[in-house]
Design a protein around this ligand. Structure first.
Ligand code: NDP
Length: 491
């Protein structure tokens, strides 16, 4: 892997400086500048999309058979595996995340390329029942150039989740990573090109969303945008897609409920809840950030949760013992702190945390303590707005109907966790909650083979699974006449 701290971006197969504004990426643990690079401007987007269109149309890529294209994906997976340690360390440096988490994210990226390669080899079209003297079939074809836009919380995993199926579908990809965390996406770009992908099929264009991202979405040569990020940005991208009549997939925010019934296994529920909301310092779209606890055990359970949250190890991402690492940027930490302060002013009880940790070790980093709040109703802003930080709000519920009404009273519908010893309760509630993913007696576990996506304001479309590749393809129907005589028309 060359250039761990790259100062060049990948534009249409060439590594060079961007033509946009300088981008400074800082260590969230120390505030130090890690790299300054010239980001991509609109001209770079145009060059990348044009090069992508040429590369995608080249018979050397367009006409590859699925098993041949799969070989590229396997080679990429092999290189990710070979450089796993460097990639994890780089992502920890750039995002602040704990090294255990970034190792898992690198493993996930590698697994994504392998899974998609295998799935690609098994993709099938359909020979549909004909209604006349012809064969009818349904096949899938590449779109052309796909724009992929990713956020800063888990770059390598979210990049892989878009690049792998988009390449499998026979497309070129222009990736726009978040400006706060471009380094691992650029390193991934280097590995993908080192794996022998034909030039032009991948561009990596860090730059401000409002400039680089917007130019990518609007570019007439982009045939699909796959976006992961905040709901407001997703809505704006969806509006442009509607104008272009362009398919778009949107993986957006959440305010996911986790539910504790009185018959839940306490140890499992406590551990699952803490992991579900405080891992990744809460910077996770599926963070279980609202916990509903049955009235009969509320005080006892929440007190124990608070006691254990106070014991979580807060520290630098480089320490393998760290559970709660710094947030991705100081500005983001300040935003989270301001949301908690507003909740406190509005009457929320701060049961633990509610501030940055004290001491020299934490002074320069974007740290925030695991925080649990309660004493506010479900319609309070802190219960409705995505905080995207280590902040949990606890709420009591009286019975199942009350619970379902409260849990569903949210614009979001991304995920849900249910802790109960009764399989009938689990099934009933799982089916009643509006969420794209439900975890029962576990939380924040993922499989690349299982579709992922949101309901309501949490998004549109699904990633992962075998169908994930079809999301990057266009469907075509073919009627193949077999009759010896002409149609009864021309005499
Ligand atoms: P943003 O929506 O601000 O940014 C996401 C990406 O979009 C970034 O690359 C950003 O660029 C880019 N962007 C910003 N504005 C535009 C625009 N006008 N046009 C095109 N691209 C644009 O989200 P955050 O960075 O704050 O990420 C956190 C959000 O992502 C949370 O809401 C979280 O829930 C969600 N998320 C959802 C996931 C899911 O699978 N459902 C998974 C992970 C996160 P830049 O940053 O460079 O400005």
């Amino acid at each position: 892997m060359t250039g761990a701290f790259a100062d060049e971006i990948l534009v249409g197969g060439r590594w060079r400086q961007g033509t946009g504004e300088p981008l400074e990426t800082r260590s969230p643990a120390t505030g130090e500048v890690l790299a300054v690079l010239r980001g991509a401007g609109a001209a770079d987007v145009d060059e990348a999309v044009r090069a992508g269109a040429v590369a995608a149309a080249d018979p050397g890529w367009r006409d590859l058979l699925p098993h041949e294209r799969a070989r590229h994906l396997v080679r990429i997976a092999d290189l990710i595996a070979e450089h796993a340690g460097d990639l994890a360390a780089l992502q920890t440096a750039d995002t602040g995340k704990s090294i255990n988490e970034t190792r898992a994210l690198v493993a996930s990226a590698q697994g994504t390329f392998r899974y998609v390669a295998a799935a690609l080899e098994t993709m099938e079209g359909a020979l549909t029942p004909p209604r006349g003297p012809y064969l009818t079939m349904s096949v899938h074809e590449p779109i052309g150039v796909v724009g992929a836009i990713t956020p800063w919380n888990s770059p390598i995993a979210s990049d892989a989740q878009k690049i792998a199926p988009a390449l499998a579908g026979g497309n070129a990809v222009v990736l726009k990573p978040a400006e706060w965390t471009p380094l691992v996406s650029l390193a991934l770009g280097r590995l993908i090109m080192d794996a022998g992908l034909p030039p032009g099929l991948l561009s990596v264009l860090p730059g401000p969303g409002a400039v680089t991202g917007d130019a990518l979405v609007r570019h007439p040569g982009v045939g699909k945008v796959s976006f992961t990020g905040g709901t407001a940005t997703g809505r704006a991208i969806g509006a442009v897609a509607a104008q272009k009549i362009m398919p778009v997939s949107l993986e957006l925010g959440g305010k996911s409920p986790t539910i504790v019934f009185p018959d839940a296994d306490r140890e499992q529920a406590l551990a699952g809840l803490l992991f579900g909301v405080f891992s990744s310092s809460g910077q996770s779209c599926v963070a279980g950030s609202r916990v509903f606890v049955h009235d009969s055990i509320y005080e006892e359970f929440v007190s124990e949760l608070v006691r254990r949250a106070g014991k979580l190890r807060v520290g630098p991402g480089t320490d393998p013992a760290t559970q709660v690492a710094p947030m991705a940027a100081h500005a983001h930490r300040d935003r989270v702190a301001a949301m908690v302060d507003r909740a406190r002013e509005a009457g929320a009880r701060v049961r633990c945390g509610g501030r940055a940790p004290e001491g020299e070790a934490y002074e320069r980093g974007a740290y925030y303590l695991p925080t649990i709040l309660d004493g506010v109703p479900n319609d309070a802003p802190i219960c409705q707005e995505e905080v995207f930080g280590p902040v949990l709000v606890a709420l009591p519920f009286a019975d199942e109907d009350d619970l379902v009404a409260q849990a569903n009273a949210s614009v979001y519908g991304l995920a849900c966790g249910i802790w109960t010893g009764d399989y009938r309760t689990a099934w009933r509630v799982a089916r009643r909650i509006e969420a794209g993913t439900v975890w029962i007696n576990t939380y924040k576990q993922f499989s690349i083979s299982t579709p992922f996506g949101g309901m309501k304001d949490s998004g549109l479309g699904r990633e992962k699974g075998r169908e994930g590749i079809l999301g990057y393809m266009r469907q075509k129907s073919v009627y193949w006449g077999l009759d010896d005589s002409p149609l009864p028309w021309a005499g």
